[in-house]
Design a protein around this ligand. Sequence first.
Ligand SMILES: NC(=O)c1ccc[n+]([C@@H]2O[C@H](COP(=O)([O-])OP(=O)(O)OC[C@H]3O[C@@H](n4cnc5c(N)ncnc54)[C@H](O)[C@@H]3O)[C@@H](O)[C@H]2O)c1
Length: 314
Amino acid sequence: MSNILVTGGSGFIGSHIIETLKAANHKVFNIDKIKSDFGDSYENIDINNSQQIENYLKKNNIEYVYHIAAIANARRSLENVHETMINNVAGTASILNACANSNVKKVILASTVWVYNAADKTDGKKVNDNIILDEKSKILPECGGHFYTTSKLCSEFICQDFKSLKNLNFTILRYGIPYGPRMWPGLVLRSFTENALSNKPIIINGDGSAKRRFIHIKDLAKGHLLALDSKADNQIYNLEGDKDVTIKELANLVSLNIDGVKVEYVIDKSRTGELKTDSIEISNKKIKHELGWSIDVSIEDGVKTYIDWFKNKN
Ligand SMILES: NC(=O)c1ccc[n+]([C@@H]2O[C@H](COP(=O)([O-])OP(=O)(O)OC[C@H]3O[C@@H](n4cnc5c(N)ncnc54)[C@H](O)[C@@H]3O)[C@@H](O)[C@H]2O)c1
């Protein structure tokens, strides 16, 4: 059992990581700007207050830190570039600095498969129509094509620097598209469910043929627990789903669970710069082979249990 800090533990992903760590008998501390009861202890500390965090880490003998807090909504970062860099880039530097000055053994960083927008696509293996990219794919300095992606690439680079310059261990987890209870408005399954339950049409951006590999939040959180292992020190892992699901198929799954769903197709210009996964596949083999990670929740079960949760949440 370890003392563990989760930054952003009141949010969608952080709250599930806390639940998984607590179920494994760890003592979990949460710092977040929003109050919640998920951890054993909560403190309202901004991640950019490095000195306060350092004091907090020392006072509570924190051994591992999951750095999850960030501006997670890419559409918000498109309009708020400075705020994104302050929270995602400076915030990561602040957390890592505090960890390097205390007795933290490792920082586990929340990143995203969107960093593969910056990957050298000629480097990947071609299988059928797909180019398969993995953690070894080269990242090109031409950048990720989105402020959010760039902020996450910078966070990853800062982790690498803290390892080489201050000997602070890291594990970087690049998430696919997580879904499940407590997901925020704007994430696709939540918006489909909300609309369908209030008799509004489901709005699909484009023609619905875009493919996604969703990952259930329980499977994502399980990967975080496995990342505590020293085998994962100074490694990068993709936490990506297994199965291609088109947005149209997702809408059909929603309509299997909710009667009378209507669908409308639109073009949303705020989606510019996002990772397009139609002809690339992000491999999840490394975390399966090295840490024994597996996917337990099928998209069919995940959508059904999400809709049940949503109906009963109030
Ligand atoms: N949700 C996704 O689709 C997705 C996909 C890939 C990666 N990620 C990454 O996962 C992490 C968590 O995302 P989420 O979906 O749970 O987002 P979220 O918005 O639900 O949670 C983020 C939490 O961080 C807190 N926070 C933000 N800035 C802070 C600051 N300066 N000081 C203290 N607390 C602060 C917020 O209050 C919030 O509770 C983020 O790093 C995000 O970039 C998310």
